[in-house]
Design a protein around this ligand. Structure first.
Ligand SMILES: Cc1cc2nc3c(=O)[nH]c(=O)nc-3n(C[C@H](O)[C@H](O)[C@H](O)COP(=O)(O)OP(=O)(O)OC[C@H]3O[C@@H](n4cnc5c(N)ncnc54)[C@H](O)[C@@H]3O)c2cc1C
Length: 438
């Protein structure tokens, strides 16, 4: 068991940062010792959650829980420790014709982090969340006892742990079902839409495409509001199963604060949208480029400068989405706080997990540089989201209030009661869980 001196850690948004003592166990008995130790802790895996859900003054790192334990090549079943990353699974199993049933927009997340946030991908409308491809996992409860959880065994704890942000126990290992694949390529169709109405209409009409996501010009106003490039994808038949050997770029330094202002963001959005001239474009992309466009730039989170950034991601039920999104976009453009990276997705139905984020409706994610006038704007947006029956994503959150959380996640009390029964309160906590009162 490696216990380090306190050092500075943060989530992907690099805000907030705090000094934490990190513990790096490599087996169950060591994790038990960590839980027995004095004070609370939280698991910090690959730190790709944006805010404070993996932060506390004691963190348990899972990087030494990095072994693949078993693989059934006939059925695509893999068992691995929770610190194994999705990138490592892809590297090992894509060449053998297997891919993840669900993947978020970066492959540098751990299996434990993907379960704890119950992440969703571009195929949520067809495949649901990550937990839908989890057959079972081993969980160390705060008491040190290890149990197996699946949709049938310890089902209540399974449903609370998937999406439960590390607050029910430490996931030690998981059994996952991979999906068969005959090519590492994606047939893409990119549709240029003129406004939000058209963007919604194309999303609705593209339900049979397994993958869909739109980049949205968040500063376009009036008749152009909600214009986008909708990127549809389906697995190609040809092209082979190889992984590219190219090296990506690395952003070596923080960019200065002035890189982001309404003029630069507006210009970027304008050019990006108009770069595609045709209303529809087809192309074939390697799946690593299609699913993980940002992974090719190492440390791209330095782009937002030293103060860091946050991602605001919310979902609004389908019937209220149009009004809700217009209202949000209006307020953002009035505040003059634009964002380069604005991603829209039509999600499928919610699952039965206590705190999983997705529900049937549109989700929008926007990156914002941290600055004084941001937080009042986000509070205003929270009210719009809640008034339209929506909620904010915990894996991106760094500042939502307890009331906003409780209104958005009506099963919070059930979750808190389970935590009490498990004796988790005194052992497992993050800055986020304390702020939200779970
Ligand atoms: C570029 C980018 C794109 C993204 N795209 C998407 C997306 O498309 N869809 C989506 O849903 N999310 C997306 N995310 C968010 C990301 O998938 C989640 O935040 C994920 O949880 C990060 O995993 P991690 O291994 O980095 O975990 P951390 O960030 O280190 O931890 C996240 C949470 O998981 C808990 N946790 C981690 N491991 C364990 C364990 N072994 N046992 C118990 N709890 C554990 C932590 O305590 C914490 O609460 C994106 C993030 C980035 C940076």
């Amino acid at each position: 068991l490696n216990a380090s001196q306190a050092r500075s850690i943060s989530g992907w948004g690099r805000y907030p940062r705090l000094k934490a003592q990190s513990l790096t166990p490599d087996k169950a008995s060591h994790i038990r010792e960590c839980l027995d130790g004095r004070g609370e802790l939280i698991v910090h895996a690959l730190g790709r959650s944006y805010g404070d859900s993996a932060l506390n003054s004691r963190v348990l790192l899972t990087r030494r829980l990095n072994h693949v334990l078993d693989f059934d090549p006939q059925r695509g079943l893999v068992e691995c420790e929770s610190g194994v990353s999705l990138a490592e699974l892809i590297e090992a199993f894509l060449p053998r014709g297997w891919f993840l049933g669900t993947t978020p927009g970066t492959r540098f997340v751990s299996v434990g982090g993907a379960i704890a946030a119950d992440v969703h991908g571009k195929n949520h409308h067809q495949a649901g969340c990550f937990s839908q491809s989890v057959l079972s996992f081993k969980l160390m409860l705060p008491s040190g006892e290890v149990i197996t959880c699946s949709p049938l065994e310890n089902a209540e704890i399974f449903r609370a742990t998937c999406g439960g942000m590390g607050l029910t126990g430490v996931i030690l290992s998981a059994r996952l079902k991979l999906s068969p694949l005959s090519s590492a390529y994606i047939d893409e169709r990119i549709i240029k839409t003129r406004n939000l109405e058209e963007t919604f209409a194309y999303f609705q009409a593209s339900h049979e495409w397994p993958y869909s996501v739109a980049w949205l010009d968040c500063l376009a106003r009036g008749e152009d509001m909600g214009r986008s490039l909708l990127m549809l994808g389906r697995p190609a038949r040809d092209g082979g199963l190889h992984l590219p050997r190219k090296k990506g770029l690395v952003l070596p330094v923080d960019l200065p604060r002035w890189t982001f202002n309404q003029a630069t963001v507006g210009l970027f959005n304008y050019l990006y949208y108009h770069l595609q001239r045709a209303p529809v474009r087809k192309r074939v992309s390697h799946l690593l480029d299609y699913f993980y466009p940002l992974d090719s730039i190492g440390h791209w989170n330095k782009m937002y400068g030293r103060r860091g950034f946050t991602q605001y991601q919310f979902v609004i039920p389908k019937e209220a989405s149009y009004q809700g999104l217009r209202s949000v976009l209006d307020r953002i453009s009035q505040a003059g706080l634009g964002s380069f990276l604005v991603v829209l997705k039509l999600l499928g139905p919610a699952n039965d997990n206590c705190l999983s984020f997705p529900l049937e409706g549109y989700t929008l994610a926007l990156d914002f540089q941290i600055q004084g006038r941001l937080f009042p704007l986000l509070e205003e947006l929270d009210r719009v989201v809640l008034d339209h029956g929506g909620r904010i994503y915990l894996a991106k959150d760094v500042r939502m209030s307890r009331q906003t959380f409780r209104q958005g996640y009506p099963r919070w009390a059930e979750f808190t009661a389970l935590r009490e029964r498990l004796g988790a309160g005194a052992k497992l906590a993050s800055l986020q869980s304390k702020r939200l009162g779970v």
